[in-house]
Design a binder for this molecule. Structure first.
Ligand SMILES: Cc1ncc(COP(=O)(O)O)c(C=O)c1O
Length: 401
């Protein structure tokens, strides 16, 4: 079905649907590693790209292809490339678009492994890097070099919740002959469509909001142009980080409810953020929906809603953060985000514990910072859960790490 003319919610339900010989209402799981050719000529033609049809699941599969088509349409891009994980998507993008001597300018407070892959691994192959606070676009402008091939932005960023002006950084990147790559995991295409704002490549950890049910790890890349698709897809295929058809089926099922899940979770998030901001044990709250967020106005311009991710700082610092973790009952104490269930974590002692204290602070990860991914439960229950956990934190807690 051609869904390009439909509204976003109709696309969520119908994009990527294919005509099944048995009339299956949803795209079935084509759980096969390989596809039979009709005859020798047909096999040769499929390899030569002269005949339609799949060849081998690492190269493409109908279930995975349906998801790729759906997300490409939702992001207003040319094509989707589904990967085994969000990091699979990051790896394929870096390896396809960077070479020895290439320079990348990136958001300092990105998801750690996407920065670590450059700093610890691709640097061994001659890739150079500069990580800056991209929420101040002047930092990006000043970091550009003649060898800069990529500007890599995560917005809102994890867990500092910094927002970067995508139109401005796209402009800077393009004036220097670089591509703009955007990690759109926190916002999802429901709230933010970076290609419309100038990005060349967008990707997601679909593990998060797109799948939305905390039962799949996966990733997807969407390119703006056919040329970028022709550059990245073969690299992904040869890297072998393709998505499995069963994974793709589950993710595609999650896609259909993306907007209603996010609407409900962000309504909860707004109530919780307001409640937290008034709580005496909370130093500050970072939620792009609050007027107190330094880039509230920018977020309103480039996102259609504030989303469901909140970070907040406990006055009691490191120990208070750990105490909150031990006392929440309804929120699940776990990393990851974007699921129907509320997840809470303490970056300084968990996801970002491997960083030095100074590096953490530079990335906005203070000792008492709590990352709260709001789910679709009842807001009253989530607030009651936080309230009872806060009560158990003594008024005076140390703030060492
Ligand atoms: C913003 C962001 N980007 C990328 C990733 C990596 O995704 P995955 O865990 O699916 O490999 C994550 C994972 O937490 C993330 O939060």
């Amino acid at each position: 079905m051609d869904t390009k003319h439909l509204g976003f919610n109709s696309k969520l339900v119908h994009a990527g649907a294919h005509r099944d010989p048995y009339g299956s209402a949803v795209v079935p799981i084509y759980q096969t590693s390989t596809f039979a050719f009709e005859n020798a000529q047909n096999g040769a033609d499929r390899f030569a790209g002269l005949a339609d049809g799949f060849i081998y699941t690492r190269l493409g599969n109908p279930t995975t292809h349906a998801l790729e088509q759906a997300i490409a349409e939702l992001e207003n891009g040319y094509a989707g490339i589904a990967t085994s994980s969000g990091m699979g998507a990051v790896s394929a993008i870096y390896m396809a678009l960077l070479s020895a001597g290439s320079h990348i300018v990136g958001t300092a407070s990105v998801y750690g492994p996407s920065r670590g892959l450059i700093e610890k691994h691709l640097s061994r192959f001659g890739v150079e890097f500069t990580y800056v606070d991209t929420s101040d676009t002047e930092n990006v402008r000043k970091s550009m070099r003649p060898t800069t091939r990529m500007v890599y932005v995560e917005t809102p960023s994890n867990p500092a919740m910094l927002v970067t002006d995508l139109k401005e950084v796209a402009d800077i990147a393009h004036r220097h002959g670089a591509v703009l790559v955007v990690d759109n995991t926190f916002a999802s295409p429901y709230l933010q469509r970076p290609i419309d704002l100038g990005a060349d490549v967008v990707f997601h950890s679909v593990t998060k909001f797109i799948n939305g049910h905390a039962d799949v790890v996966g990733g997807i890349i969407v390119t703006k142009t056919a040329e970028l698709d022709r550059t990245i897809r073969p690299l992904m295929i040869n890297l072998g980080c393709n998505m499995d058809p069963h994974q793709a089926f589950l993710v595609h099922r999650g896609v259909k409810t993306l907007s209603i899940r996010i609407e409900r979770a962000q309504a909860n998030a707004m109530r919780i953020a307001v409640w937290l901001e008034a709580h005496p044990k909370v130093a500050w709250v970072r939620y792009v929906g609050l007027r107190s967020h330094p880039q509230h106005e920018l977020a309103r311009r480039q996102m259609s809603g504030p989303g469901a991710m909140i970070s907040f700082e406990l006055k009691g610092g490191f120990d208070a953060g750990r105490m909150l973790m031990d006392n929440v009952r309804l929120a699940t104490l776990a990393v990851s985000l974007g699921g129907v269930e509320t997840l809470v974590e303490h970056p300084a002692s968990m996801t970002h514990a491997g960083m030095s204290h100074a590096d953490r602070l530079e990335g906005g990860i203070t000792d008492g910072l709590v990352r709260y991914s709001v789910g679709i439960e009842d807001a009253e229950d989530l607030i009651a859960d936080l309230a009872q956990a806060m009560e158990r934190i003594p008024d005076r807690t140390s703030s060492h790490s």
